[in-house]
Each structure stands twice: as C-alpha cells, then as structure tokens.
Design a protein around this ligand. Structure first.
Ligand SMILES: [Zn+2]
Length: 266
C-alpha cells in the first residue's frame, strides 16, 4: 500500500489499557498498530505546507506552521508551554477568542510516569491523548481547575517537589522508574492545600490509568531519524511509543515533521 499527503501528529486513543495509533495523511487515517512488525518506507517529497494558512514553506516552526503563523497564533505563544504566564487578563492574548475557548476550560493537573515521575497539566478534553503522546506508562489525574492559568500555578508549585520533564531517550528505551503515583499524590497535595482552596481546585479520585504501547522490541540505543537530512527512511517498525515510530534503523518523531508531505509505503 502507498499513501501520499501531509502528515500530522498521530491520533491516539486507549482501548482498555492499549494505546491505539492512527496517522493522518491528508484526509486518510492509517491504522498504525497493524504495521508493527512490518517493513515501512517514509519518503519526504520536499514540500511542507503550513497547517494553519496553507502556504508552502521551506522550514516549519512550532511543529508545522509558517513563521508568520507561528508569531500570530496563540497556540504557538510561550504561555502555552508556561501556562502560569497566561496573559489573557492583560488583553494581550494573540487570539482572545481562541484563548477563551481553549484556556478557559477545565484543566487537569496530573502525575505521570514516562521515564520517572513527573507533574503535568492538560486540558481535560486532551485526556488520555496527552499521556500517550508523552509515552507515559501510567498516569494519575490529581486535581481539576477551571482555567489553564490556575493549572499552571499549581504545576509551578508542585515542580518544587517533582520533575516536569520527560527524559525521552529513557522513555523510548523503556527505562522507566518504578513509582507509586498514589503515594506521591498523597505526599504532594498537603504542600499545595492553600493554593487548592484559593483556586477552587477539585481533588480527584485515585484511579491510575495504565498504558501499554504496541512495541515488540525497544531500542537499546536511540538514534533519531530526520527527513531534512535523510528524505527516505525505511526499516522494520518495531513499535510505537509517544509520538515516535521505533524502527530497527532509528526512531522517528512524527510530531517534529507535522505538515511534511510524505509517501508512506507498507
Ligand atoms: Zn501559515
């Protein structure tokens, strides 16, 4: 089979505890789990199309946008990475309506284990995709608040006690620390009890979400594949974790190459 078109980051869902991946190529969705164990070929056709305005670009910014869109879109602003710096209330949001729709909505503060324990935040509607995108093997939503800014403030406070980063190489090699998310939550919440009251945070139940990835073999050494340097990438797909395809020839970060026009052969 051959499919050609612009790729976007994989759609992810959970079936039971199993991560299910679909790769958007133009309007098609390719079911990726079924390709694990098979040889695949990804060929970059030399064209990148901004996924917002549709112009053809030579270099992509913020994972799939042209430079002007990257400067104009609220979703590419720094406050998305640092939610505690939300500046909507100052009237300086790049897209005030987008901000209202996306940042003034229920957000979750969670603990997850991708390479070790970490704290993170996400829009409630992004669960469980957010955790699958990060390659977490387990996640525990701990608090719910009604804006992105509030979730960022609590995350910022919790960062004094836990990491907020994933070591992606460890995540891909499946070198995951053993951690007890519920015990960590029970240690952490008293540290932010005043803030929880001030921000009307709702404490959530102790339901840990476990995630299994379609992987037959994890890489022992992580080598990144890059379509800008090597426009043809091929290998046996040994698994999928996070937004990475694990090939026997290296790992390929789909998200980094969003909006690239490729031909996938399998
Ligand atoms: Zn654009």
């Amino acid at each position: 089979m051959t499919k050609t078109g612009d790729i976007q980051k994989m759609h992810t869902t959970l079936e039971g505890s199993h991560a299910i991946y679909h790769l958007p190529i133009d309007n098609d969705l390719v079911a990726m789990n079924g390709l694990v164990g098979q040889k695949i070929l990804l060929k970059f056709n030399g064209e990148i199309t901004c996924s917002n305005c549709g112009r053809t670009i030579r270099k992509s910014y913020s994972q799939g946008f042209c430079y002007p869109c990257c400067q104009d879109l609220a979703r590419c602003d720094l406050c998305i990475m640092k939610p505690e710096t939300c500046h909507h209330h100052l009237g300086t949001c790049r897209e005030p309506q987008w901000g209202l729709d996306n940042c003034f909505a229920p957000h979750i503060i969670y603990l997850a284990n991708s390479s070790g324990i970490k704290v993170g935040i996400t829009r409630k509607s992004n669960i469980p995709s957010r955790w699958i995108d990060q390659g977490a093997v387990a996640a525990l939503p701990i608090l719910e608040v009604d804006t992105r800014l509030k979730s960022g403030k609590i995350e910022e406070a919790l960062k004094a006690f836990v990491n907020d980063k994933t070591n992606w190489r460890k995540m891909l090699k499946n070198e995951v620390d053993k951690v007890d998310l519920v015990a960590t939550k029970n240690q952490l919440l008293p540290e932010v009890s005043n803030m929880m009251a001030d921000l009307d945070a709702i404490a959530l139940s102790n339901e840990v979400v476990k995630i299994h990835y379609p992987v037959v073999e994890y890489p022992s050494k992580v080598t990144s594949l890059n379509l800008d340097k090597t426009p043809e990438i091929s290998g046996v797909l040994q698994g999928i974790k996070g937004q990475y395809l694990l090939l026997d020839t290296g790992v390929f970060n789909i998200r980094k190459f969003s909006s690239y026009n490729i031909t996938l052969t399998y």
